[in-house]
Write a protein that binds this ligand. Structure first.
Ligand SMILES: N[C@@H](CCC(=O)N[C@@H](CS)C(=O)NCC(=O)O)C(=O)O
Length: 245
């Protein structure tokens, strides 16, 4: 029988991309935990003692606190190694760390203003959405990021050792990261795939998908990661919290 005692507590609001990244890893590794909703930028002394940079997420266990999604995910891999989300081969491992960093910086910076304007401003801050910012991000800021991902992450090359093409959505196999016939991915996504997936969920929550005609690799990578049953559950839970069907 598996141990369902909570291993620790994750602090952070579930819509924050870095929090979702950690929740995805916890779910993929079946690590039972408590979830405490903390808004980004919390400045109370109790939270600052856990998170000196006042950012979410923070992972907490008895006698141990760890901020930063990348640190937390690396720690979770050490305490629960299977299924592995970090490749073993040195170059593939290092490259995956780079793409995780790319997702956590360039992609989050491009995407988050859209979610902030469409959800946080009206629902949390009771302010109106600035549609000019949304349009600018969608038309000018996000496309070059997707172009870069398409060219450098979704294609074989020196920045992508170990690249495997994503699955065809019809269930036929096009490579080792394919979908099984029931549509379930048969390979656990690595930390780069998870980190790239997470901010794109926020984009989907506000009605914007990745244009598969323009960025087929990015769209397929997102779809393949989203098809993991435990990640589908995370998206469904968030949609319910947003009041969407
Ligand atoms: N490198 C950090 C970034 C965390 C981060 O920036 N979190 C945002 C929420 S998505 C936050 O807490 N922002 C509040 C602030 O910057 O004051 C990580 O990977 O955890």
């Amino acid at each position: 029988m598996s141990d369902v005692r909570p291993r620790g507590t994750l602090h952070g609001v579930i819509f924050a991309p870095y929090v979702r990244k950690v929740r995805a890893v916890l779910a993929l590794k079946s690590i039972a935990h408590h979830q405490v909703s903390v808004m980004p930028g919390a400045m109370d002394p109790e939270f600052l003692a856990k998170s000196p940079l006042s950012k979410v997420p923070v992972w907490e266990e008895s006698g141990f606190q760890l901020p930063d999604s990348s640190a937390i995910c690396a720690y979770l891999e050490r305490i629960v190694p299977e299924p592995a989300i970090y490749p073993a081969e040195p170059r593939v491992f290092a490259s995956v760390l780079f793409w995780e960093e790319y997702a956590d910086t360039r992609l989050v910076d491009a995407v988050e203003p859209v979610f902030f304007q469409r959800v946080v401003r009206p629902r949390v801050l009771r302010q109106t959405c600035d549609e000019a910012i949304v349009r600018r991000q969608l038309e000018e800021v996000i496309p070059p990021v997707f172009d870069q991902l398409e060219a450098l992450y979704c294609s074989p090359g020196p920045l992508r050792p170990g690249y495997a093409p994503p699955a065809n959505r019809d269930g036929s196999r096009s490579g080792p990261s394919g979908l099984a016939l029931d549509g379930t991915p048969d390979v656990t996504p690595d930390i780069a795939a998870i980190a790239l997936w997470s901010p794109l969920v926020n984009l989907e929550h506000v009605g914007f998908g990745v244009d598969a005609a323009r960025w087929p690799g990015v769209a397929a990578a997102y779809a393949t990661t989203s098809a993991q049953p435990v990640l589908r559950s995370i998206i469904a839970e968030e949609r319910a919290a947003l009041g969407a069907r």
